[in-house]
Each structure stands twice: as C-alpha cells, then as structure tokens.
Design a protein around this ligand. Structure first.
Ligand SMILES: *Cc1c(COP(=O)(O)O)cnc(C)c1O
Length: 381
C-alpha cells in the first residue's frame, strides 16, 4: 500500500444498519457512514437485493450500449432536481471533471473564450488534477503543480469578493453549498441569491458541488433546494451509489447539448450494478420518508448537542443542516475522534477542529441518544 492513508489500527469487518464491527468483534455506532456514502446505513436489505439481482443479470456493458438502469437513474435524478441531462461516472472527483469540462466546452462550441473558474477558500472538490485545481487546501495541492491555470479562490460566503473576481473570461463559479471537509460551513441564504445574480450578470455558469450534501444528507434531495436558486451544473456522488461507486454530473438541456458523442466518456461510469444500488437507495429514501426523517433527526440531534455544548468548555458551537452536522471545538478534534471511537462511536474529523457527524438518513432518536451519551462521556473528561 502507498502510505497516503493513515487508518487507525482497528480493522472494520462488518456492518449492519447504523452499526459496524471490527475484526475483534467490537461494536461501533457508525456515524461516519463511510463519509456520507452509506445513506441507509450498512447493507440495507433492499439495496443488497437490488445489487444481487442485477449482478445475476448483467454486471457490465460499458457505454457502447444503453442499459435500463442507466436511463432510469438519469430520469430519476432529473425528477428530483432541476436537471434535464445527466452524465454518469464513478466518483466525486470524476463528476467534477465532467462539470469543469462541460462548462468550458459549453462556451467553446459557442465560440466564446471562457476558460477560467472561480472557487472558494476552504472548498474541497476532489483529487484529480482538474478537481484539485479548484480545491483550496495547500496540503492537498502541494507537490502537484502546475495545476490548471485560470483558477482564483475567494473567501466563502463573501458576496463582494465573488462579484469582484468574476470576469468575462470566467466559465464558471464552483462551490459547495455547504463546505463539508472544511467543517460543515453553512453560508447565508442571501449568498445563494447573490451568486446566481453574479453569474447571470457575468454570463458564466454556476456549478454546485453536492457530492457530500446531495441525496438527502441535508433533509432535501439537494442542498440548493433549501434556497430559491438553481445551479446550471450539479455534481453528485458519495450517497448516490448506495455504497457502490457512482457519480453524476447533472445539468440543463442547454449546457448538456455540448457533450456530443465522443467528447467525454467513462468505461465504468453508470455501471449497471452501481445504478441498481443507487436506484434502490433513492427508492428507499422515498418509501421510508427519509428526507423528513433527516430533518427531524437533525433538529433533535442539534438540540442535544447544544445542551452538551453548554456543559463543555471544549465545544465552541454546533453547525447543522439535516443530518450534516459538525461539533466545532476550541481544540484540534482528532484526539476526540479517537476517544469517541474507543467509546464505541465512529465520527469523522473535518476542518481540523470539528467532529463531523454524518448519521444514516434512517437513524433514530435511540441511536442519537446513544451517540450523545458517548459524547457526554468523552467531553466530561
Ligand atoms: C468527497 C468529495 C469530493 C470527492 O469525491 P471522491 O469520490 O472522493 O472523488 C468532492 N467534493 C466534495 C464536496 C466531497 O465531499
């Protein structure tokens, strides 16, 4: 193994619902959900059944052929969003590549020379060279230059800075509606309306990276649906494949048209089994009313965390939309993540000083109470 990961010594062996077990049989409440991928927890029976069923019919066809699941999930994504055209791929970073490429190509086919991007300080968009170019943190970028030229980063949630940065060369403004890896940073509602107006006035496109916020995480299908605006391009991955690799770039008819045959592609993208798993995931979210559950459980969780924050000087604040939650600390969060895990609760670190909590969308008050009691034990020491 190249040493680019730093996993803990425990080895994850098995999962069921909101729980996971390591090789020694120790049980954890898994509120990392594989960084928001396992939206229904581990091994949801309907997702497992859909994967098995499709695996026995056809595992792979490449994109020389249509297959029903590809079409079905593209239609479904359009039903639940502003979208009219969808390109499927295998990961978040690939959906970002598709977004950046289609934005440039959209202007290219119109004979307009717009090749530049404006993204935000603290933004995370993936690790491939294009997505990395719009990602901000130096720790991810160092050693990989030259990245793609013509990218500027401006402060997040700063309307004036964005308005100043956009030029006639700007192809697109690129950002997360809530910065996930930076610690669940939630901008004001006015920010989105201003962004839309800045892009419209400048004639550039708005790309929202909903790789982490999408597919129900915030209590709506997509976080932009909490606002009054729509993007031109939306990227999705993480929860979309129900645990299997699946990403999507969703756009309008007008922008989508420039992806003519041959100009972009992916051998594995929209794999039949991954699509079956994704379709089952979306169906369960609908049937079990999990958008509403994410909103209700998120509010419940926030109240409990605010109570905890009042009793612990280490906790600065709580940031939350739906089940995308951060417990912001006055200190580095890593040691607290380790302490939580030792006490049986898995959470992630984000932004250096936050614990990011991403429960499954079908979590319950009982599970949240259990998490709170573990957090209480960790933060009272
Ligand atoms: C995870 C993530 C990505 C990258 O997705 P990968 O599947 O790891 O390539 C990009 N943007 C955001 C907001 C993410 O959370």
């Amino acid at each position: 193994m190249t040493p680019n990961y730093r996993p803990p010594a425990m080895i994850l062996h098995r999962g069921q619902g909101s729980y996971a077990w390591d090789l020694d049989g120790k049980q954890y409440l898994d509120f990392t959900t594989g960084i928001g991928v396992n939206a229904l927890g581990h091994n949801h029976p309907q997702v497992v059944a859909a994967i098995k069923e499709q695996a026995e019919i056809l595992c792979h066809s490449a994109n020389q052929f249509y297959h029903p699941n590809y079409v079905a999930i593209c239609e479904k994504l359009c039903d639940i969003s502003f979208g009219q055209k969808v390109f499927l791929c295998n990961s978040g970073t690939e959906s970002m590549e598709a977004a950046l490429k289609i934005a440039r190509r959209h202007f290219f086919v119109q004979g307009e020379s717009r090749t530049e991007f404006i993204s935000t300080i603290g933004g995370f968009h993936g690790r491939t060279l294009g997505a990395l170019s719009v990602t901000y943190a130096e720790k991810y970028r160092q050693g990989y230059s030259p990245l793609i030229p013509g990218v500027a980063h401006v402060p997040f949630n700063d309307i004036e800075a964005m308005a100043k940065a956009v030029t006639p060369k700007t192809a697109a403004v690129v950002l997360e509606p809530i910065q996930g890896n930076s610690g669940v940073i939630i901008p004001t509602p006015e920010y989105f309306e201003a962004l839309r107006k800045i892009c419209d006035d400048a004639g550039c496109l708005l790309i929202l990276d909903e790789i982490q916020t999408g597919v129900g995480r915030t209590g709506k299908w997509f976080a932009y649906q909490h606002t009054n605006i729509e993007p031109d391009i939306l990227t999705v991955a993480k929860a979309l494949g129900g645990g299997l690799p699946l990403g999507a770039m969703i756009t309008t008819e007008a922008v989508g048209a420039c992806f003519e045959p041959g100009v972009h592609g992916s051998t594995f993208g929209g794999n039949p089994v991954a699509c079956a798993s994704g379709l089952a995931t979306i169906r369960v979210i609908e049937e079990e009313n999990l958008l509403a559950n994410a909103q209700a459980m998120g509010a419940y969780f926030k109240d409990k965390l605010m109570e905890l924050a009042q009793s612990s000087p280490i906790i600065e604040t709580v940031r939350q939309q739906g089940l995308m939650i951060a417990l912001a600390l006055h200190e580095e969060s890593k040691p607290y993540q380790v302490a939580c895990r030792q006490a049986g609760l898995m959470v992630t670190v984000a932004g250096g000083s936050a614990l990011r909590i991403l429960p499954p969308l079908n979590t319950t008050t009982e599970e949240i109470d259990q998490a709170i009691s573990i957090l209480k034990s960790v933060f009272s020491n």
